[in-house]
Ligand binder design. Structure first.
Ligand code: AMP
Ligand code: MG
Length: 390
């Protein structure tokens, strides 16, 4: 199938996780809110000074005697009489009877007296109680993404814990007899594992965590055991390697044996042609072709949008732009191409070393150039579709 058909199937089989949990506001950034939030209080909770200066009653002479001081956090209530002022600071309670606050920059001080030649406006530099939100009003509607700003707002209106949608539980299986752990000695025939690092960090980059990463040799029995454990627990299972047509690629057969519904297998694309997508009960399963650049390309183009959907995002796919190509590119194969590339403000350049076993180009890339099936050559200066990496 084509990339476009694959993405249609992907969307048709994606769903939003509806399960919610209580979380502390302090650790809730990046989650989606699962309840409507009504303010527990007026905000500000009292009339607050907006500047450092003097709270005064309006006076004909524009001259006052300073009788006391109120700093932020004080709770005294001072009764101001005519021609009296109180020294006040930003965030402090403005006395009920004060008409306005005078900015200290506009005041002339003479011992315990202050005066000003500017005109006074009633209410000036007073943040009125409840002017941001009133107690009981809807402060935040459910289903929004919790940002750092929102955690601050939620705590300002009195919330310590809130209901959020739980994030997807993601399990990772990394297959391959040839894999060695970095740090160990590399014997002949082995390679150091990249894919567990790639998948762990790609998830972390978007605020998610691999619940468990399991290493499995190219052994059908062991693979079956690992996959069935994951299916029981995971919302999503990512399998690296073993999904192609080699004699020791057991992922397809094993998934089928476990009753997995195959939604697609093999896409007319490079890299990542043998990508597998299926569903077993509620667990979404991706079989990612083991070459490291394929794993990461398939992650960003297919896994990432599905994870976004599960969490409640509306824009699922990588951000798309159209940019001018800096150098010619050829696309010889009858496949769609995702080229590792570097985008600047108005142009994009394909990087050297596009083979799927090579990761180096990826380390410099900030985007893919997407060349659809029918394209064969694009010349410098022409516009191409670009998918920005997160
Ligand atoms: P496979 O999809 O299992 O046939 O693997 C394709 C290629 O990717 C082979 O050259 C593997 O050695 C390589 N490969 C598979 N898994 C990993 C991994 N975790 N880290 C680095 N290379 C891998
Ligand atoms: Mg393999």
């Amino acid at each position: 199938i084509t990339v476009e058909e694959a993405k249609k199937i992907l969307i048709a089989n994606s769903y939003k996780l509806e399960k919610s949990e209580k979380r502390k506001v302090s650790g809730s950034s990046g989650y989606f809110l699962a309840e409507n939030i009504f303010s527990k209080l007026d905000l500000p909770p009292f009339n607050q000074s907006n500047v450092d200066g003097y709270a005064v009653k309006l006076s004909l002479m524009n001259e006052w005697k300073v009788i006391d001081e109120i700093k932020a956090g004080d709770s005294k209530n001072i009764i101001l009489k005519k021609d009296q002022a109180v020294r006040i600071f930003t965030g402090a309670v403005v006395p009920e009877v004060a008409d306005c606050v005078l900015m200290q920059e506009r005041v002339t001080i003479d011992k315990d007296k202050i005066s000003t030649d500017g005109a006074l406006t009633r209410g000036e530099f007073i943040r009125l109680k409840g002017s941001q939100i009133k107690k009981g009003d809807l402060a935040v509607p459910k289903d929004v993404l919790i940002t750092p700003a929102l955690t601050g707002f939620l705590s300002a209106i009195g919330f310590k814990k809130i209901k959020v949608y739980r994030k997807p539980r993601i399990f990772v299986i990394v297959t391959g007899n040839e894999l060695e752990i970095p740090g160990n000695k590399l014997s002949h025939g082995k390679v150091y594992d990249s894919n567990s690092y790639i998948l762990r960090s790609a998830l972390e980059q978007i605020g998610l965590k691999a619940a468990k990463i399991i290493f499995v040799k190219d052994n059908k029995k062991k693979l079956l055991k690992a996959i069935s454990e994951c299916i029981r627990k995971a919302d999503m299972l990512l399998i690296s390697g073993g999904v192609s047509v080699g004699k020791y690629d057991f992922v397809n057969d094993t998934l089928e044996e476990l009753g997995t519904e195959k939604l697609f297998y093999k896409i007319l694309q490079r890299p990542g042609k043998p990508l597998y997508f299926g569903k077993n009960k509620k667990t979404i399963i991706f079989g990612l072709p083991g070459n490291p650049a394929s794993v990461l390309t398939c992650f960003y183009e297919y896994v990432y949008p599905l994870l976004r959907k599960m969490q409640g995002y509306e824009n699922l796919f990588l951000q798309e732009r159209r940019l001018k190509l800096l150098r010619d590119v050829n696309k010889t194969f009858k496949l769609s191409n995702f080229l590792k590339a570097k985008a600047s403000i108005d142009s994009v350049e394909s990087l050297e070393g596009q083979a799927s076993f090579m990761l180096r180009a990826f380390t410099e890339a900030n985007c893919f150039i997407y060349l659809p099936l029918e394209t064969s050559h694009v010349s410098a200066g022409e516009e191409v579709e670009v998918h920005m990496l997160p």
